[in-house]
Design a protein around this ligand. Structure first.
Ligand code: DAH
Length: 334
């Protein structure tokens, strides 16, 4: 009888191991473990057995029952794709696990920081709640200056306000250090604007500043051209136009050939083929005086760029609000 039990075990190991469908498994279950199975009959016959034999056979019968149960469960598992769930439909499309990743804006910022770091700039940060002096006055935007109208400011209380640009970080850096200074200041800025496709009350800028003795406009042009080529490739077309900012003189606005239509004209570049990315210029002597530098000894350039616009061109989004809404259905696609 013990020999027969071993034969049954070998046979079952084979058959459970190769069963290839739920039906087949069910047949095997009935055959080896069912009420009319050989094993069950042996089990029932134990009572009429010689007590000297009964113990050993009884133990062997029970051990095999247990092992057959395990073989069945293992086979069910295997057929279910190892997931441990019998009856799993392997033909259903899988559910993709949601993997977290950086927000597109943070990706763009990281890339910009990387390029400027390679060009020798270090990152400087400043407070988001600023005061009138750092945000306006020291940047040559006095109280009655028309440029204040363009900076629709959120006032906090007294002369405290949410910074309207990252330029105040220039002021803070110059006041706390001596030249040479070569920094970028990335970060969020705030303006009291009615949001639409191209305006948001919160957006990102990256400010740059280089001050030392004898810094010339040509260096500004060279560094920013180098930056744009790193960002968009060596063949990108770049142009400088005269501009105006209270804190730089002379000032320039810098455009790149539209990355969406490559200069042919599209909705992103408003059919001009060019997209304005940067404001820049030579630091105004009045700014140097405000931070206690002597403009006859020190010169430098500054620039500011709109991070959101770069990110939008890269992701193909045509509405700046989408970058702030954090709708995961959208973010997962870009
Ligand atoms: N602060 C300017 C703005 O918010 C951007 C800017 C323009 C910064 C020219 C600069 C600069 O440093 O030189 O629109």
């Amino acid at each position: 009888m013990l020999k027969r039990l071993e034969e049954l075990r070998a046979e079952a190991t084979d058959l459970f191991g190769s069963a290839s469908s739920e039906n087949e498994l069910e047949e095997l279950r009935v055959r080896f473990l069912g009420r009319k199975s050989e094993l069950n009959q042996m089990s029932r016959g134990l009572g009429g057995m010689d007590p000297s034999e009964r113990k050993a056979v009884g133990q062997a019968v029970n051990a095999l029952k247990k092992d057959l149960g395990a073989m069945l469960a293992a086979a069910q598992d295997r057929l279910a794709g190892g997931g441990g769930k019998p009856g799993l439909d392997l033909t259903l499309p899988g559910r993709r696990p949601w993997v977290g990743r950086r927000h597109p804006l943070m990706r763009t910022l990281a890339r910009l920081e990387e390029i400027f770091t390679l060009l020798g700039f270090e990152v400087a940060l400043g407070p988001h709640i600023e005061d009138d002096f750092h945000n306006f006055e020291a940047l040559n935007i006095p109280a009655d200056h028309p440029a204040r109208d363009m900076h629709d400011t959120f006032y906090v209380e007294g002369d405290r306000l949410l910074r309207t640009h990252t330029s105040p970080v220039q002021i803070r850096t110059m006041m706390s250090r001596k030249p040479p200074i070569r920094i970028i200041a990335p970060g969020r800025v705030y303006r009291n604007e009615t949001p639409d496709a191209s305006h948001s009350a919160e957006f990102y800028q990256l400010e740059g500043l280089y001050v030392d003795r004898g810094v010339k406009f040509g260096e500004l042009k060279g560094v920013l051209t180098r930056f744009l080529r790193e960002l968009y490739g060596d063949d990108v077309a770049v142009r400088l136009r005269p501009g105006f900012f209270p804190f730089t003189e002379p000032s320039a606005e810098i455009d790149v050939e539209c990355r969406v239509c490559h200069g042919k004209g599209c909705s992103v570049c408003k059919q001009t083929g060019w997209v304005e990315l940067l404001g820049a210029g030579m630091v105004d002597p009045r700014v140097f005086r405000a931070v206690g530098y002597d403009p006859d000894e020190i010169s430098g350039y500054a620039f500011g760029l709109g991070v959101d616009r770069i990110c939008m061109m890269e992701t193909g989004l045509d509405d700046i609000r989408l970058l702030m809404e954090n709708d995961l259905r959208l973010l997962r696609q870009i």
